[in-house]
Write a protein that binds this ligand. Structure first.
Ligand code: PLP
Length: 349
């Protein structure tokens, strides 16, 4: 059976040039970049070339980029590293944030949700785009706060600016790169201390760098201009899909439809259905989609990202997230709509 992948916000398939670069680096450039012999120096050279290319793409000096293994790790290093200086002062966080941001804030003394008055906040943590709804969020700018941007979902789907923040994280596997490589960017002079000590990455992130994954990330980032264009081209397909689904019932809605959103993402709220059972039925029919729920210790909880928008727990459980890859064509979207229509009709009968 043909498979159709509509879960690009979870992860993306590595691009062919990424697979080739990672395989080549694993075979040829396995030296430790910290070693002083030739093998190590060759690895160091490739590492710094990749850093330069990635920094140029982001418009920042190479020395300001720290290679990490995931955006989750980067957010932990960043937020836990700010905690000694800022953890006792008020922090503002977007309520729909990813757990990768919320978890490292757990030790902070005064965390307030983003709709609180930003005045007096010393730290602000804001995702540029929601992984669940695709909604884009501007960075609030309380004077003198350290502004942290979670750009994991926005990168490669919409342009990302670093002019309105002081630190940001990026994830390789959301842009056709490999797992195992992500970026932490920090403006110099932040009140930050390393929490994972070691000589690597200018003492900001200890641990031998995963050079093959980093080179793969640099390959994926080289494709960002065409990826951005490909993602932008998905908006009409996404809008047509939503118009079709909404025409089936007034109980259905597309979350954030009137708001600026990622062009590839649709969070369909299907009242009267369980998002999980629709997702399973679609999987059996050949379509990979996801629900608005996050799975915690075996129990599927309704998504906080959806309930904090004012929806009930039951409504949150009915959400189906469809997130398209660049290159998705109308035929695949029409096939998805037809399968979904059949499943919803069957579930109601
Ligand atoms: N932040 C957001 C908004 C995400 O969507 C994700 C992953 O889904 C992350 C952070 C974590 O990224 P990673 O998988 O690289 O740890």
């Amino acid at each position: 059976m043909a498979r159709h992948y509509f879960d690009a916000n979870a992860t993306t398939p590595p691009l062919p040039r990424v697979v080739a670069a990672v395989a080549k680096a694993m075979a040829e450039s396995w030296g430790n970049p910290t070693s002083t012999h030739r093998e190590g120096q060759r690895a160091r050279h490739l590492l710094e070339e990749a850093r330069r290319a990635l920094a140029a793409g982001l418009g920042v000096p190479p020395a300001e980029l720290v290679f990490c293994a995931s955006a989750t790790e980067a957010l932990h290093l960043l937020i836990r590293g700010l905690q000694p200086a800022l953890g006792h002062l008020p922090a503002l966080v977007f309520p729909g944030e990813h757990s990768a941001c919320l978890n490292p804030l757990s030790g902070w003394s005064a965390v307030r949700w983003m709709d609180a008055d930003p005045a007096g906040a010393a730290t602000v943590v804001q995702m540029a785009a929601s992984n669940e709804t695709g909604i884009l969020y501007p960075m609030p700018a309380p004077p003198s706060a350290v502004r942290v941007k979670d750009a994991a979902q926005a990168w490669g789907k919409v342009p990302v600016t670093l002019a309105d923040c002081d630190a940001a994280v990026f994830s390789g596997h959301k842009i056709g790169g490999p797992r195992g490589a992500a970026l932490l960017w920090m403006r110099p002079g932040l009140p930050w201390t390393a929490v994972m000590e070691g000589p690597q990455e200018r003492r900001r992130r200890g641990g031998t760098e995963d050079l093959p994954a980093i080179l793969g990330l640099a390959e994926a980032a080289a494709e960002l201009p065409s990826r951005l264009a490909g993602n932008a081209g998905l908006a009409p397909l996404r809008d047509a899909l939503e118009a079709e689904v909404l025409s089936w019932s007034t109980d259905y809605l597309a979350i954030g439809r009137s708001l600026p959103r990622l062009p590839n993402t649709s969070a369909l709220l299907l009242r009267g259905h369980s998002g999980e059972s629709v997702q399973i039925a679609l999987d059996l029919a050949g379509f990979a989609v996801s629900t608005g729920s996050a799975c915690h210790s075996g129990a599927t909880k309704p998504s906080h990202a959806i309930t904090t928008m004012g929806f009930t727990e039951q409504e949150a459980r009915s959400v189906l997230r469809i997130s398209m890859l660049p290159g998705t064509g109308p035929a695949a979207v029409e096939a998805l709509a037809a399968a979904l229509k059949k499943i919803l009709k069957r579930q109601l009968s």
